[in-house]
Design a protein around this ligand. Structure first.
Ligand code: PEP
Length: 253
């Protein structure tokens, strides 16, 4: 077992109105206690952030956003900036989720600009990477992860990256009910850690948290968390209900 503190993060995607998000956040806060060995974060939609932030005050649950733009302000209709997220109470921001890459034209370059911006504003980025089913079938998993990490983290130093969290999310496992096997997850996580080691040194590689995402549920979290290089989970569907999410948070070590 490593001494990296686990993070269990919930991505609420485009679900829940403000009132629904507030209710679910209240239910979650009632079900979880602070724990020495793990952290908790939820990422509701933008419109619910400020209200959910009030609910989370004094609780062990941190607040994250699902995306942001890299400029601080300006004529960028429909976008939201790091200072805006901070003013709504966010400490974390998910960057480069595969749904953003797939449906909204996010590229390794835009992901990189957003990660640089997050560090400039002391927001903790949860940087998502992962291969498609076709890429896995063609044996390209490692080369895709290498490209995403190299380009996503270009122009950054090991000092900048101290707080970075990586989420390995194989696209074929997101929302499909198909979880990677523990061996597949461990193999990818170990490889990602080796990439960080090669580019930024072993100290950072050993301290960096790498989350697994893709159909994580209360009944598969224990075995995933038993893998030496899995340091937490980014959870979509199963984070939408406080019951199931709190059961994931309370996984057994
Ligand atoms: C996600 O949205 O990051 C995710 C992993 O979704 P799900 O848990 O539903 O597969």
């Amino acid at each position: 077992m490593s001494d990296r503190k686990a993070l269990i993060a919930g991505n609420w995607k485009m679900y829940k109105t403000c009132a629904e998000a507030v209710d679910e956040a209240k239910a979650l806060v009632d079900l979880v206690q602070p724990m020495d060995d793990r952290e908790i974060m939820i990422a509701p939609t933008y419109t619910a952030l400020a209200q959910v932030s009030e609910v989370l005050k004094g609780s062990p649950v941190a607040l994250g956003a699902q995306n942001m733009f890299w400029e601080n302000e300006g004529a960028f209709t429909g976008e939201i900036s790091a200072p805006m997220l901070i003013s709504a109470g966010c400490s974390h921001v998910i960057i480069g989720h595969s749904e953003r890459r797939q449906y909204f034209g996010e590229t390794d370059d835009t992901v990189n600009k957003k990660i640089v911006t997050a560090f400039n504003h002391d927001l903790i980025p949860v940087f998502c990477i992962g291969e498609s089913e076709q890429e896995r079938d063609l044996n390209q998993t490692f080369s895709i992860l290498d490209k995403q990490v190299t380009k996503g983290l270009s122009n950054l130093s090991s000092k900048d990256l101290e707080t970075l969290i990586i989420a390995y999310e194989p696209i074929w496992a997101i929302g499909t009910g198909k979880t990677a096997t523990t061996e597949q997850a461990q193999e990818a996580h170990r490889f990602i850690r080796s990439l960080i080691d090669k580019a930024f040194g072993s100290e950072l590689a050993q301290s960096m948290r790498i989350l697994y995402g893709g159909s994580v549920k209360p009944d598969n979290i224990d075995e995933l968390m038993a893998m030496p290089d899995v340091d937490g989970a980014l959870v979509g569907g199963a984070s939408l209900k406080a019951d199931s999410f709190s059961n994931i948070i309370k996984y057994n070590r």
